[in-house]
Design a binder for this molecule. Structure first.
Ligand code: ADP
Length: 306
């Protein structure tokens, strides 16, 4: 096999109470990548369709992730990468992660899978460092493994894959203002109170338990973020109204997707998820901000060969 074409899904990081540790993978939104093995050593990004992003490998998360993997595997060949972007950069649904994870997944497959998908997380993270300043794994892990993922520890890297309950659906609204991860991080407080930490631990533990036991009510009760949402939501137009409207439409709950500006809701069943999308749209129509809404099942496998 000299060429591979893959679907690189969008992902939602944090999922309310899991700041920097929890993520989930979407089924119906994602980029496409074509990766070709070449005789020329190194990595070339030959084409990017649908976005204005740098072609230089060192300035593109796909290139940085790919180079870090090649540095480790030292193959006797190089790779050309073509990216079709459907996920807008800076949307908060893992645009950079889709490219970083896609690059390492495709190259690993073309080399006969010397590494497992879990082992690829580390190299995809190196691409993420270019986009956000730190090598975080909360988007690249669900992109590579599917379902929900929990980054239990960064040192050593320990990522746990969690199967999503079958009826869980995601609604995402993307108000089209660009909010860079770096800027959304700069508003966060360095220190938190013990009381807030306790509430957050309770909800994160409860959410994980709800996922394993398919307890949708418990999942809904745990979608509460004590630490980040109160400060970050100020950067998102109509955040409180969006969240409330989704709940009124029957969603279990929701919050900020990644570092925003996208907002997500989780629902039991596709019909409710579609109602939540309508409720989100009705709120956004009160503003002059253009928006895109997505409804998606949770992608159980992550990146796929097309
Ligand atoms: P998101 O959470 O949607 O990935 P980020 O702000 O984390 O948004 O990342 C987007 C940043 O990464 C932008 O500054 C963009 O220029 C940069 N970037 C570099 N290469 C890529 C790529 N292949 N795909 C998406 N963003 C990229």
């Amino acid at each position: 096999m000299n060429e591979i074409q893959i679907f690189c899904p969008a992902t939602i990081a944090n999922v309310s109470c899991g700041f920097d540790v929890l993520g989930l993978c979407l089924e119906s939104v994602g980029d496409e990548m074509t990766i070709t093995k070449t005789d020329r050593m190194g990595v070339r990004i030959t084409d990017i369709i649908g976005a204005n992003l740098p072609l230089e490998a060192e300035k593109n998360v796909a290139g940085v992730a790919a180079l870090s993997l090649l540095h480790h595997l030292l193959p006797n060949c190089g790779f050309d990468i073509k990216i079709t972007k459907n996920i807008k950069a800076g949307s908060g649904i893992g645009s950079s992660a889709a490219s970083a994870a896609g690059a390492v997944y495709g190259i690993n497959k073309l080399l006969g899978s010397p590494l497992t998908d879990k082992e690829l997380i580390y190299f995809a993270m190196q691409g993420e460092a270019l986009a956000s300043g730190s090598p975080h794994a909360d988007n690249v892990s669900p992109a590579l493994l599917g379902g929900f993922t929990l980054v239990r520890s960064y040192d050593p890297l320990d990522v746990i894959a969690i199967t999503a309950p079958p009826e869980l659906y995601v609604t995402v609204i993307h108000p089209q203002i660009e909010l860079k991860t770096k800027d959304a991080r700069s508003v966060l407080k360095e220190n938190i109170s013990l009381k807030k930490a306790t509430i957050q631990c309770g909800n994160l533990g409860g959410l994980i338990s709800g996922l394993y036991t398919q307890n949708y009510d418990l999942i809904g009760r745990c979608l509460h973020d004590e630490l980040v949402e109160p400060v970050r939501s100020i950067l998102i137009p109509k955040f409180a109204e969006l969240k409330e409207a989704a709940k009124q439409a029957g969603a279990l709950g929701g919050g900020i997707s990644g570092s925003g500006p996208s907002v997500f809701a989780l629902s039991r069943g596709e019909t409710t998820a579609r109602k939540a999308a309508e409720a989100f749209a009705a709120i956004m129509q009160q503003t002059s901000v253009p928006f895109e809404a997505h409804v998606s099942a949770i992608n159980p496998t992550g990146i796929k060969i097309m």
